[in-house]
Design a protein. Sequence first.
Length: 450
Amino acid sequence: MAYFAAVVAIRIEDPDLRPQGSAAEIEKLSERHDVNLLFVLIDTLRADRLGSYGYARDTSPVIDRLASRGVRFARHLAQSSWTKSSMASLWTGLNPARAGVTRFEHMIPPQAQMPAEILADAGFRTAGIFRNGWVEGYFGFDQGFEVYTRPVARPPPPSVRRENPTLKEVGSDEDSLPAMIEFLRSHGDERWFLYLHFMDVHEYLYDDESALFGSSYSDVYDNAIRRENYVLDQVLRHLAREGYLEKTLVVIGSDHGEAFNERGFEGHAREVYRETTEVPLILSFPFRLEPGVVVEGRTRNVDVWPTVLDLLGLPPMAGVDGRSRRPEILAAARGEPAPHDAAPAYAHLDQTWGRRTPKPAPTVAVAEQGFRYVMTRNPQGRVREELFDASRDALERSDMLAEQPEVAARLRGLAERYLASTPPWGSEMPTLELDEIQLNQLRALGYAVP
């Protein structure tokens, strides 16, 4: 079926036919037994390139429409700038040092409690459709899924361009649509959970219809976001046509952002500054919120699943670092002050994650009360520190370490205590000996793996 042609031709301004809701309907969501769950992970999507997060370009009309009638989390932090570590934290609700997945060979152990397992135990049919090899089932990401698969890759038409020079992949996110439709055809009359992991933004994929913003590396990234919105709209239209949208909670998130030479380098999986760790999180309910609400306080990817499970009235994940943000959502929907939360948020990357060396080189960001402290330790133990104050420098480009030594000392202590933490199942993480085929699949994504 020619899904791609259908995607580029759609109109994205169609009216929203869901009923109108309020804080009362959000509260009652946990009492409903007909609500499905769609989790769309848009790989490599930084928050500040979306209109709903203040971007001037019209890159994200579909995402912005969902945000304007749902819940948008304004200051949301990914726990790493590398997909595998970030997604392990998102799924387990544990920060990277506690999730333990910080190197290329690490696996999520069977002892980890995954959201798909909780949902399956609650009677949901579960399916994951992914295009990023770092979340392959053999790394433990398939726990709890009945179906966990890559979609069949189809060469896109000549109108599609792929401008990431490191990539050797074929196919596009439209390839996920047939698998999604088949899953819903088979299990749509039951309660379901569907995870879609999109990669077109990571791959800088766009077409003639979405080539709106120029040809520089940064422009093409914006084109790809616009193109991804068309694919997302096709997903939502299918749900609407089949009668699912009025009984589905839709979650839109990302694993990390992308740098564009703000500090002398491009891409991701190299550092934990704001460009690669500030990501969107948007919830769209089975009803419209008019106007949409915004949770202004700092939130984190480790909070995603505690929040979603709480909203659905399902058992919580035990012993996690994240917490449910349902109280903040309800407060925002009622126009009330948000509950106070001064807890720090962490982002962490082992800069030697892709090398065959046991010597870690962690870079850690601690975000607290508008500050971001970044500590980088090289394999020889030398430490570099930086401190940014977003209240005075929104882009976090000016190092305030010398001006605010007391703040730096306090956050340094938090970073050191964080690095000393260990996984609940022990510090020895299970590892996978990757064969050459698996390594080549990861290299095809543009990553330098051994």
